[in-house]
Design a protein. Structure first.
Length: 489
């Protein structure tokens, strides 16, 4: 295929050139009806290109297959058999993938470090999770993706499981041994789904971790807005092999997806694919070189330790590491990552990615350069100088790995939709959670519906919130109370 083509962008240009007059949604009619105060902030171009996909960009009765061609180009560019665009983010894409493999009350092996979107998929579908435990670094209080052996053992214990789902890279940049996990699944004739939301860039440079399709995964979900040039909510899910039928995967997406997809998101996906095919290798040559310099400079700032492969990879840890996720341990400064991130935003207008009880992270992409790197380095240097005055002495009580692992005693769906009550957090020990309690970012639930709460995890969340942790999906975001299943009399 001609990878220089951009079917969606070309059709959008033709739409403008032919002077179409819409009597369809969107109601702003290419910005003419938008409040000038809104246009002053968003710009006219956003409204000008926000057009209807059908009876707008494409013909209603004799489709020219514009989006389908763009998807075929994407699949060829990354080495997949099929690619499907989603304008509802990977939160929808991963649910579509799950539902294409398992149904209500059927089992799916899932890494317990899964994103909350996966847990939402369990709630909506009624799939019964079989958890594969992550590899815990007890010294650093950090979870790495489950090992191939963990998936092998889970599938051996549950031979009726319909497939497996693994998250890699994690928001911390750590990666699974996907080749080995795919072999484990395929030996039993079941598909592997990879939530590779943080890995849309991986197919385009040989020095990045192995891309899921190259590793033999069956379905792979990517968030192009995370590490690529897509707009927010842009996602692509890819398929190869014959363990999942393409019409089934597409049908599940159609069940969950919007009937009003954003042409803006489609167009950005189309353009990003062309950019990566034509310039991705050079762009990531530069990005990786810049990242190496930035990592070295940060490591020289007193009190900051930049995690590298020696920290995160090896036996009992991750298989690989995406260096573009710069994870910085600030615990030597006696300050939480929450406090550090808030100070950097308030004082330097620098927005960091993941922050936890002891770490902050800066995500670099092909869009960064010496200028943005200089801003980051100056901010971190200034933060270290101010650190002694920022200490609160307010610790986050992080349980041991064994204590963090809660018992699943009810299906997530049954707990979420069951009869519930709100109880003070100190009285929730031993009760069954009916909500997700998710420190965000990175968005991995500390407790999920159907798990039995413990005093240790509740104390972790309470002390975390007091120290600056955000738990946005809780009914009570301060976690002074918790939603639990009502106990029978």
């Amino acid at each position: 295929m001609d990878q220089s083509r951009t079917p969606v962008l070309d059709a959008l240009a033709a739409y403008h050139e032919t002077g179409q007059t819409p009597f369809t949604p969107p109601g702003h009619k290419q910005g003419r009806g938008a409040d000038p105060r809104v246009r002053a902030v968003l710009g006219d171009a956003v409204f000008h290109s926000d057009v209807l996909a059908t009876s707008g960009l494409d013909d209603r009765s004799s489709s020219r297959g514009i989006v389908e061609e763009a998807q075929a180009l994407m699949a060829e560019a990354v080495g997949a058999d099929h690619a499907f665009f989603s304008t509802c983010g990977s939160s929808l894409s991963v649910k579509s993938a799950m539902l294409s493999v398992a149904g209500p009350h059927e089992e799916l092996v899932v890494g317990r470090d899964a994103h909350k979107a996966v847990v939402s998929g369990l709630v909506l579908s009624g799939i019964r999770p079989v958890w594969a435990d992550p590899q815990w670094d007890a010294r650093r209080h950090l979870a790495h993706p489950p090992s191939p052996e963990a998936f092998d053992e889970a599938l051996a214990r549950h031979p009726g499981a319909r497939g497996a789902l693994v998250t890699t890279p994690t928001p911390y940049g750590t990666c699974s041994d996907l080749v080995a996990i795919a072999e484990v699944c395929h030996r039993r004739g079941v598909p592997l789904i990879v939530d590779e939301a943080w890995g849309a860039h991986l197919p385009f440079h040989p020095d990045l971790p192995t891309w899921a399709m190259d590793a033999g995964a069956d379905v792979c979900v990517t968030s192009v807005h995370k590490m690529g040039s897509g707009l927010e909510q842009s996602s692509v899910f890819h398929l190869q092999g014959d363990l999942v039928a393409p019409e089934v995967l597409k049908g599940r997406e159609d069940l969950l997806g919007t009937t009003s997809p954003s042409v803006l998101v489609y167009a950005a996906l189309d353009g990003w694919r062309r950019q990566m095919v034509e310039h991705g290798k050079t762009l990531y040559d530069d990005a990786l070189t810049l990242t190496g310099r930035v990592r070295d400079r940060i490591s020289r700032i007193d009190g900051m330790h930049v995690h590298d492969r020696a920290d995160f990879c090896g036996p009992g840890k991750a298989s690989d590491l995406d260096p573009l996720q710069i994870i910085i341990d600030v615990s030597a400064l006696q300050i939480t990552g929450y406090r550090a991130a808030d100070w950097l935003r308030a004082n330097h207008r620098v927005n960091l990615h993941v922050c936890d009880h002891r770490r902050i992270s800066a995500q670099l992409t092909h869009a960064d350069d010496d200028h943005t790197a200089g801003i980051l380095l100056a901010a971190l240097t200034d933060f270290a100088a101010h650190a002694p005055g920022l200490r609160t002495g307010q610790p986050v009580h992080v349980p041991s790995p064994l204590e963090l692992r809660l018992e699943q005693v009810a299906l997530p769906r049954d707990a979420f939709f069951g009869r519930t009550e709100q109880v003070p957090w100190a009285h929730a020990d031993g009760r069954i959670a009916a909500e997700m309690l998710t420190p965000y970012p990175p968005g991995i639930p500390a407790a999920l519906p159907g798990e039995r709460l413990t005093a240790e995890v509740l104390r972790y969340l309470r002390t975390g919130v007091e120290a600056g942790m955000v738990v946005p999906d809780a009914v009570d975001t301060d976690v002074t109370s918790v939603r639990v299943l009502r106990e029978r009399p």
